[in-house]
Design a protein. Sequence first.
Length: 139
Amino acid sequence: MKVTLEKDYRKYYTLEDLDKAKRIIEYEKKEDEMPIKDWAEYAAREALKGTGDYFAECLKAEAHTARNCRANDSYWASDYDDNGVWEDGSGDMDVWLEATVRTDKGFLVFGAYLSDIWQTGAVEYKQHMYIRYFKEAEL
């Protein structure tokens, strides 16, 4: 999955955060074979729960690194590396996914953390998403 650095990351990241963000970008590029639009579909279905509306298609999706106070070594944990040197975990670094999807009755523009999307079906995370829902008006 393609992940970029957060816009204006120099304002928000320390050098240590930047190293973690770059490592997450490499991980997502090599290890995550699932397309970003599929992750967006999972999140869209979560956002639409209880609305009576249904996911139709993902029009646009992109992802960038972001800090998430609820993420706690979501990508890798602190441990000793192969050379016996202590390595810090991913800490609060995460991936923020933003997407625009078409639904059966309108459109959905949203953002969600990838570490939340991974838990789809096990944990409800709708309250942690940024959601704008545009619904067909009845005249």
